[in-house]
Design a protein around this ligand. Structure first.
Ligand SMILES: [Zn+2]
Ligand SMILES: [Zn+2]
Length: 226
């Protein structure tokens, strides 16, 4: 029995396999594959854990693996098209991926620009660990608009981010933990000026520095906006 052949609506090629009245090549040229503009994944900069579906997950797999996974789930294809592989060619805002797809048994490659973001963060475990080693803690409190204060304080503190190990949003403000005493003091006094706060400083001894033969202390600055 001879197979019934038909003609591609675009190039006129005779074939027995058509999708939407196009041959595989023309279908691919016409439609391409729609992909999201951006995919991002958050990685703990200390232990490599990945925030996966809202939960920090310990993993040995690289962030790229998760990006590919997310892409796979976000790319929607018509039934006759199979996604065989995704290669991440370049990460970042001007990232690029290559899709390998098969349409009616024929393979096609499609390169596509995409924003592939690997965001750095700190997972819950590491943040707990790091908070123990802090040198300065800044407690900024307000009686006014807490959300606004938090937003502004975070933006303002951004230039100290290399020394910030943890930030915790509180009911009436924010706690900022820093690894470096000088940076911590600067930020505390900068914040005081910016938000017109009263400042109180408390020192706490938490160990003994054998090399310098003196107590190890950490400072807490309480900043109250009235
Ligand atoms: Zn065709
Ligand atoms: Zn971690």
């Amino acid at each position: 029995m001879a197979l019934k052949t038909r003609f591609c609506a675009k190039c006129g090629k005779e074939t027995n396999k058509l999708i939407d009245s196009f041959c595989a090549e023309c279908y691919f040229k016409e439609k391409g594959i729609k992909i999201p503009k951006k995919v991002s994944v958050q990685v703990c900069q200390h232990c490599g854990a990945i925030k996966w579906q809202g939960i920090w997950t310990k993993t040995d797999l690289p962030a790229e693996h998760y990006l590919t996974h997310i892409l796979m789930s976000k790319i929607k294809l018509p039934e006759q098209i199979e996604l065989e592989d995704i290669k991440l060619l370049k990460l970042g805002k001007k990232g690029e991926i290559e899709l390998i797809i098969s349409i009616l048994g024929k393979k096609f490659k499609q390169k596509q620009k995409i924003d592939l973001e690997i965001r750095k963060g700190v997972c819950k475990d590491c943040s707990r660990q790091l908070a123990k080693t802090h040198k300065v803690k800044i407690q900024l409190r307000t009686e006014k608009n807490t959300e606004e204060l938090i937003q502004e304080a975070l933006e303002f503190s951004n230039k100290y981010r290399s020394n910030i190990i943890k930030v915790e949003e509180m009911k009436k403000g924010i706690d900022i933990y820093l690894s470096n005493r000088e940076a911590g003091k600067h930020l505390a006094y900068d914040l005081r000026k910016k938000f017109h706060c009263k400042i109180t400083e408390t020192r706490e001894q938490y160990g003994w520095d054998k090399s310098k033969n003196r107590p190890k202390t950490r400072i807490t600055f309480l900043l109250k906006q009235s």
